[in-house]
Design a protein around this ligand. Structure first.
Ligand code: ZN
Ligand code: ZN
Length: 112
């Protein structure tokens, strides 16, 4: 993925649910390991999953989860599947939904 993440992608990334922080290791919370599979991440393969606010060891705070591309792709596809059920725009006319478009574009990007 390019360094300047387009705004629509960032919104789509922010829509991906994260695992409960209580189950994650320090490396995962630091963004050094994939938030889903714990694989060690290296600069160009890591996907930034946007800033999150959660309780971490009881203290509310910001963290910056990252994922490996296969896990991130799986997570994006899962959101693609469930998104229309919770989106008014998609019930109305899915072709006009920006979030749906962004999720699909993101999935295509991650598949490369
Ligand atoms: Zn992973
Ligand atoms: Zn939608």
């Amino acid at each position: 993925m390019t360094t300047a993440t387009p705004f629509a992608y960032r919104k789509a990334l922010a829509a991906i649910p994260m695992p409960a922080t209580a189950r994650l290791t320090a490396a995962q919370l630091r963004g050094a390991g994939c938030v889903w599979c714990a694989a060690e991440l290296h600069g160009d393969t890591a996907i930034d999953l946007e800033q999150r606010y959660n309780r971490i060891v009881g203290v509310p705070g910001r963290w910056f989860p990252r994922g490996c591309s296969p896990c991130s792709l799986r997570a994006v596809l899962a959101v693609c599947r469930t998104h229309p059920q919770t989106c008014e725009q998609c019930t109305d006319d899915p072709t006009l939904c920006e979030m749906r478009r962004a999720l699909r574009a993101l999935a295509l990007e991650l598949r490369r």
